[in-house]
Design a protein around this ligand. Structure first.
Ligand SMILES: [Zn+2]
Length: 378
């Protein structure tokens, strides 16, 4: 529209210059020029010396810059300063000084904020994958993820994806003061108790988080935090200290016979002690149906009766003579820490808890902490 009007006037002026028109007509032409001076000029926005957008009027150009700045302000903050990191100026540009199109203010704002005149987006449909969307738009999945920070290999229906790289033409530096409510961790106080065994703990009084209001001065560039300085902190609610009991009681160890009994009712070794596929198998695997009883291999004291990583449900009995036995992958544990057991007592049942394939008992014998082949002790 602006270009069309400009060209029409130039043609008219050209006609006059040829000198075929009467003097009266020349005056008419000059009067038209005076009435519509914007028709012969446009206004350019320059960032660090480069023209980034051209508009029909100075007012439009300045308005565009205000909108670009406003795009990076956070709602509800106290704005201290908004500026461009690079030199951004609005200058008058002659119509013939280049082939830049004259943009509407809306187009110019979008172009400056995104680096693209018509940002393309895509609304995720049912059955779409990041891969499909990328290929359909001549992008690699990696490029698509770069254009959409936070999007990984999963997308959800209705999600809007950018199909363009956001590269603003300017850097808007904002300095704002914002207030946020922050959680305050609670301290933990430990109390010894002989009611619990060593290594056990129990919460006596639960703690609770406090909260504080934090006022900070935040400097951002195009919405990304550059620095954040805390100006003031106000405690809104004090945290409540947690009191945790820590056991001090030593587990009294019952001494075993040194002669181990078989911990299951039927021996079927599915994996022997020793090297197994490049690693060392620290016990024997005794295959049994789920729920079959597990017996204490010797008398002693239970020192562990809990879930423990790849062991799954694990029972450890200390036999008091430097020997310990491990019963792993249990379905159920029927004993508790500190309990004295007699050789042959049922302490749990066979299962496949933890890192186990199929129901079996992973049984270990350790002498002074060193795993031994259990078969040698039966
Ligand atoms: Zn095993």
């Amino acid at each position: 529209m602006a270009i069309g009007l400009g060209l029409a006037v130039v043609v008219l002026v050209g006609g006059v210059a040829v000198g075929t028109a009467a003097r009266g007509n020349e005056e008419v032409a000059e009067a038209k020029l005076a009435e519509a001076p914007e028709a012969t000029e446009t206004w350019s926005i320059l960032a660090a010396g480069n023209e980034i957008a051209r508009l029909a009027s100075e007012e439009d150009a300045k308005g565009v810059l205000e909108q670009v700045k406003a795009a990076y302000l956070t709602e509800g903050t106290e704005v201290l300063e908004v500026s461009f990191a690079e030199e951004v100026v609005v200058t008058q540009s002659a119509i013939e000084s280049g082939d830049q199109p004259v943009l509407t203010p809306e187009e110019a704002v979008t172009l400056i904020l995104t680096g693209s005149k018509e940002p393309k987006t895509y609304v995720v449909q049912g059955g779409d994958t990041v891969w499909d969307i990328a290929i359909a738009n001549n992008l690699s999945p990696y490029e698509l993820m770069e254009m959409n920070p936070g999007v990984e290999d999963k997308v959800s229906i209705g999600q809007i994806l950018n199909l363009y790289q956001v590269k603003p033409y300017v850097t808007v530096r904002t300095k704002e003061v914002l207030t946020a409510q922050v959680r305050v961790e609670y301290p933990v106080q430990y109390e010894n108790t002989s009611n619990l065994y060593k290594g056990q703990s129990q919460v006596k009084a639960a703690g609770s988080y406090g909260s504080k209001s934090v006022r900070s001065e935040v400097v951002k560039e195009n919405g990304q935090v550059v620095t954040a300085t805390v100006l003031e902190e106000t405690v809104l609610e004090q945290p409540v200290t947690q009191v945790t009991l820590v056991g001090t009681r030593t587990v009294p160890i019952t001494t075993g016979t040194g002669q181990l009994g078989i911990p299951v009712t039927n021996i079927e070794i599915s994996s022997a002690f020793g090297s197994r596929g490049g690693s060392r198998h620290l016990g024997v695997d005794l295959r049994m149906p789920k729920g079959s009883p597990i017996m204490a291999a010797d008398s002693g004291t239970v020192t562990k009766a809990a879930y423990s990583g790849s062991f799954g449900n694990l029972i450890i009995i200390n036999h008091g003579n430097g020997m310990e036995t491990y019963y792993s992958h249990c379905n159920t544990i029927n004993v508790s820490v500190g309990q004295t057991v007699t050789k042959g007592d049922v302490i749990g049942t066979i299962g496949s808890s933890g890192n186990a394939t199929g129901n079996h008992l992973h049984f270990e014998v350790r002498v002074n902490g060193v795993p031994q082949n259990p078969v040698n002790y039966f």
